[in-house]
Write a protein that binds this ligand. Structure first.
Ligand code: AMP
Ligand code: GLY
Length: 426
């Protein structure tokens, strides 16, 4: 089969690596890809959001399956266009991708499907929103309805902060037009985890759960990022919790989306808060997490092409997944300054030596090649991924590889996996 992966991050590098291992994958393409992906797949210089060009390219090159990595092309309707062109696709339609594209829609689905979640209300009028904040008090959470590049969530510890957040969002001072509607919701406390399931529109099967580290600094301090590292399995994720999440969250959501005429085909990334009242869904994303995908793909011991194809063809009920009996951990290396401003095109050396470290795979997230040199082009640049018997061993292996790299302009957190490592010690 000819497979095209859409995207250019660490997530897509991990997907390409896993797909390439499938005996059914006869040709692998990635648009637009990065320097690491180019060693596995033929990179196609078309942007992930160029829906028309991607559809035309896939058609002209008789691609059999397109796997869409990021949310933006999904929300723009790439899956719909490919399907209209008769091409199989892993990733939801635009109507189903609204689960991530509109937080208000997502919350309504959770409510109507009876899924445990924070209480909430949607507002397009700033006076009404402010009155609601005053009535409920703090702590409280203010969210923009639309996509805001992974931001768009403000956790407010006091009422003044919350009122200010409402004003800033609704006056479009932050997040632009994504702020035409705000969602005000209950502040939930607890341990967070990311649970992944795959659906074919009718049924769904669980993948695994991972925990990520969103804050930029050690000890979970500093501003939030797209994710500075992740590990899998998450110790808090028991078989009983997996079954509970399937019964109370994933399956009711899939059934409700079908009822709405928006059948969900693709991966459901379910952000969970383990609260004192039981697990609650914080949000859905309509794609794999980045860097969570890197650890899921390292641990998966089944043919990912078979799984994604079964989801695209509505055959998931027949699929059983197998996992390696090992832990995986990824340390993200970012350009100094990220998530603020950072330098581009700095050279990274020592990548081959890092890749030779035991159990290690180096995912590229924001790189390009120029005359044999690898240059950093993004904020998050590399994902140093390692397998080990335990999270502790995977962590040790990942940092050994990090330390062989010669990239003075990059940095990483030194404590990825701390929660699991502390549990393994006891
Ligand atoms: P999101 O962009 O929806 O993933 O939210 C970003 C982060 O904000 C989540 O990973 C949580 O850590 C936090 N968050 C979102 N909603 C809530 C909530 N209702 N209560 C507490 N924390 C939240
Ligand atoms: N790592 C979080 C995300 O992909 O949204």
């Amino acid at each position: 089969m000819k497979v095209l992966v859409v995207g250019s991050g660490g997530r897509e590098h991990a997907l390409c690596r896993a797909l390439k291992q499938s005996p059914r994958c006869s040709a692998l393409f990635c648009a637009p890809g990065n320097a690491g992906i180019a060693s596995l797949a033929t990179v196609v210089p078309v942007a992930a959001e160029a829906v028309d060009d991607l559809t035309a390219w896939a058609k002209a090159n008789t691609v059999d399956l397109v796997v869409i990595g990021p949310e933006a092309p999904l929300v723009l309707g790439l899956a719909d266009r490919l399907q209209e062109a008769g091409i199989k696709v892993f990733g939801p339609s635009a109507a189903a991708a609204a689960l991530e594209g509109s937080k208000g829609f997502m919350k309504d689905v959770l409510r109507d499907a009876g899924v445990p979640t924070a209480w909430y209300q949607r507002f397009t009028d700033s006076h009404a929103a402010r009155a609601f904040v005053t009535e409920k008090g703090a702590p409280i959470v203010i969210k923009t309805d639309g996509l805001a590049a992974g931001k768009g969530v403000i956790l407010c510890q006091n009422t003044e902060e919350a009122l200010q957040a409402v004003t800033d969002i609704m006056d479009r001072r932050i997040f632009g037009d994504a702020g035409s509607e705000v969602i005000i919701e209950q502040f939930l406390e607890g341990e967070e985890l990311s649970f992944f399931a795959i659906s074919d529109g009718e049924t769904a099967i669980p993948l695994a759960a991972a925990q990520d580290h969103k804050a930029v600094g050690d000890g979970d301090t500093g501003p939030n990022t797209g994710g500075m590292g992740a590990y899998c399995p998450a110790p808090a994720f028991t078989d009983a919790l997996r079954d509970e999440l399937m019964q109370k969250a994933i399956l009711p959501t899939v059934a409700h989306m079908k009822k709405l005429g928006r059948p969900y085909r693709g991966v459901l990334f379910c952000g969970i808060m383990l609260t004192a009242d039981g697990p609650k869904v914080l949000e859905y994303n309509v794609r794999f997490g980045d860097p969570e995908c890197q650890v899921l793909m390292e641990r998966l011991d089944s043919d990912i092409l078979e799984v994604l194809l079964a989801a695209a063809e509505g055959r998931l009920a027949d699929i059983r997944l197998h996992w390696k009996d090992q832990a995986a951990l990824v340390v993200v290396m970012a350009a100094r300054g990220y998530p603020g401003t950072y330098a581009r095109n700095t050279e990274i050396r020592g990548l081959d030596a890092a890749s030779r470290c035991e159990g290690v795979f180096v995912c590229h997230a924001g790189t390009r090649e120029e005359n044999g040199r690898i240059l950093a082009t993004g904020g998050r640049v590399l994902g140093i991924t390692a397998l080990g018997r335990t999270v502790t061993e995977a962590q040790k292996r990942a940092y050994t590889a990090v330390d062989t790299l010669d990239w003075p302009d990059g940095f990483c957190r030194r404590d990825i996996g701390w929660r699991a490592v502390a549990r393994e010690k006891t």
